[in-house]
Each structure stands twice: as C-alpha cells, then as structure tokens.
Design a protein. Structure first.
Length: 411
C-alpha cells in the first residue's frame, strides 16, 4: 500500500439577502426516508434520484453547475490519490505529516466546496460498493485556526499551532457555499500549503483503489468586494481530537461554550456525526440556532447491501443506510462578540444503527462546521482571548464530559 508521503496527486480542472436578526431555530420539517427494500437499492437508483430532498438539505455541487459568482467564479475539480485500500481495513493519513495536496489556485478566494470520492473510471465510490469516506479534511498548514490557535505553553512545544481548517467532508460529502449572497471566501495566498487529513474505510473483502475529489469555486483575489471568510469548528471536544466514545442506546454529547471574539454574518453551518447520529444542534447563547438533521439513505449510493453490511453487524439483515445528507443553515443570522456558541450532538441507535468494525463500535463525532463573514475581515486577524490557553490533543475539561441520556431533543 502506498504511504501517505508517497501518494501522487492528480488534478482535473474543467472548467444577497440581509442577515436575519432572529435567534429562532432553523429546522427542516419532517421528512420520510424512501420506503424501499435496502437490498434492492442498486435497482432503484432512478427512483431515488427523482425524490425531492428536504428543504434544509442543500443540493450537492456538480461540475455542470454554474458558479455562484457568474462574473468572477470558476469551478475547479481537484482529484487526490490514488489511495490503495486493504480489505476490511482503514486507510489513515493525519494532517500532521500527511500528504501535501495541490491547491486549486496559487492565489484566490474559495467561495464553495464539494467533496466526493471516486474510482479510477470516475464512478462513485461509496458504501454501496463497500467504501466509506470516514473523513477528508483540507487544512492550510501556513495559517492558524481562528478558534483553536495555540500560544506558548509549558504543555505545548514552542512553535506548535493548529492549522487552519478549509473544508471538512465525512461520507455525507456536504456542499458548502460562502458567496451565494455575500462576497466572502476562504483566502489562499501563494505561500500557503494544503494538506489533507484522510480516513477511508474499506468494508469489502477486496482491495480497492479510490481517489478523493473536491470541487472548488475559485475567485481571483482582486475580485471587487470580496473579503476573507473565517471557519470555526464548534466541536464537542472543542480543540480536541474530535473523536468521542460511541455508547449503546440513546445519548448526547455537549461541547464547552466558545466565547466569540468576532462579529459578522453567518454564511454556512452544517452538523457532522457518524452513523447513529440523529441531530447536531448549534446553540448561540444557550438557544438553538441551527439544528442539522442527519438524513439517511436519501440517495442510492448511501445504501449498503446486506451482503456487505452483515459482515460487520449481523443485525443488518436488510442492509444499512448511511448518512447521505446533513441539514444546513446558510446566509442567516449573525454572531457578535461575547456570544456563547456550543454544539449538542444527539445519537439514538434504535433509530439508526451505529457503525461496527471488527466487532467494536466506531467512535462518534459531533461538530458544527461554521463559516462566518467577519465585519473586520481584511484587518489584522485576532483570536478570541478565551482560547489562548487551550491545548491539544484533548482539553483537560473533556475528561468530565460524561455523555448525557437526559438532554431534551429538538422538537
């Protein structure tokens, strides 16, 4: 199997409303999954694609779509790999010491992102054929994370810092748009270097060769009116390692509150969890702002046939649905200095099976991927004082973060 450092990389280049002031929750109405036999999913692809998606679920971005900015934007697809996956094993490449990946530009703003995974011939690589994109996280190694920046500390080696998160994809492969109504984008400069934290699970008995892909919307740095967006990962481990233990039954994880050091418009936020997650809720000042419902098997590639699913969990006699879409809130609301932000993630294996591998429950996550357009964007970047003493890989307070079985679920 190729090592992370020796991965070769291949690129395919094809080439607003006012923010609401209300803090009320943005939540999708009830939506039923498609009532089809899971083992027949391969035969029902056309039917799946004709089903409309819930209102809170944004459409995935395709290369055939126009850019949000018709004048300055251009869609660019980057292909990374190949990743050679051993049977029934996890491929892992951390962002510290992981592979350097090509940027979609030398200097630009990135106004949109769409992650995916494919085989050599360009066909979809997903759980229906036994491969699961645990996560693919693009980071900028030359810039600091604006929430988890590290300052010199006796517990942290001198010069260590948390790199800037650019885009996060789990197997739901979420679309992110930052310039639909406001002129913001993640900034890329000539000196910047991208790496990718990658985990891909091969659940089949065969060796697989796959590529990860990202579609970016690229906007020139000199495009009029554009400013740098800021990405804040509101994580239940908050500046920790993101993974939390999976438990049996119905339970929740709640993050520590992050005290905002910024003011600005909310461009996009969506929640992320692993199989078994029902909702990931972003709270602002203790009030629900955006509940990201996790939708299972709304698309055919996210339905695993029983022939694969039962090898890892004998209860999956009818196959297993995986999270295909996450509810998102876009171009709605603001955050202000001293606002308290937190994430509450909900899990219920009576509704959705948790992922088993080698007889053990796979770890969980609970994260909101929040992007904001700061009012002071373009000025010298500053980090909230409340995070100057945080350390990695796991903050000390998390030892006391006991999962709750009594938290009230969103209504």
């Amino acid at each position: 199997m190729a090592s992370a450092r020796n991965l070769w990389l291949m690129a395919l280049v094809s080439f607003a409303a006012l923010p609401a002031q209300s803090r009320s929750i943005a939540r999708a109405p009830p939506f039923n999954e498609i009532p089809l036999p899971l083992q027949d999913a391969a035969k029902t692809k056309e039917h799946f694609e004709q089903i409309p998606l819930p209102p809170q679920v944004p459409a995935k971005i395709r290369m055939s779509d126009p850019p949000a900015d018709l004048e300055y934007g251009k869609l660019v697809k980057m292909r990374y790999g190949p990743y050679v996956l051993r049977p029934n094993a996890m491929y892992h490449a951390p962002f510290v010491g992981g592979p350097i990946i090509h940027k979609p530009c030398e200097e630009c703003f990135l106004g949109a992102f769409q992650g995916d995974m494919e085989y050599e011939d360009g066909s979809s690589a997903n759980v229906d054929t036994g491969v699961y994109l645990h996560h693919f996280v693009v980071v900028n190694s030359n810039k600091i994370d604006m929430l988890c920046k590290q300052e010199p500390s006796p517990k942290v080696p001198t010069g260590w810092f948390s790199p800037q998160y650019i885009y996060n994809s789990g197997n739901e492969r979420p679309p992110v748009r930052l310039n639909s109504k406001f002129n913001f984008g993640m900034r890329v400069d000539k000196a910047d270097s991208f790496t990718a934290m990658t985990e891909i699970l091969n659940m089949s008995n065969d060796t697989k060769v796959v590529y990860t892909t990202v579609i970016y919307e690229v906007i020139p740095l000199n495009a009029p009116g554009y400013k740098e967006a800021t990405h804040l990962r509101i994580d239940v481990t908050q500046c920790g390692g993101s993974h939390v233990p999976a438990l049996k039954g119905d339970y929740t994880y709640t993050s520590k509150e992050y005290v905002s050091g910024y003011s600005g418009v909310i461009l996009h936020t969506d929640g992320h969890g692993h199989s078994g997650t029902t909702d990931v809720n972003l709270l602002i000042n203790g009030t629900a702002f955006c509940n990201s419902v996790q939708y299972y098997g709304l698309r055919p590639d996210w339905v695993q046939p029983a022939s694969i699913a039962m090898r890892h969990d004998s209860n999956n006699r009818n196959g297993m649905r995986f999270i295909s879409d996450a509810g998102a809130c876009e171009d709605y609301g603001r955050i202000e200095p001293y606002d308290r932000l937190s994430t509450v993630a909900y899990y219920d294996e009576s509704k959705h099976s948790q992922l088993m591998m080698h007889g053990r429950l796979d770890a969980q996550m609970g994260i909101h991927f929040l992007y904001i357009g700061r009012d002071d964007a373009g000025e010298n970047l500053k980090v909230s004082e409340s995070y100057r003493n945080w350390t990695r890989p796991m903050p000390p307070w998390f030892k006391n973060n006991v999962p709750s079985k009594t938290a009230k679920r969103p209504q």
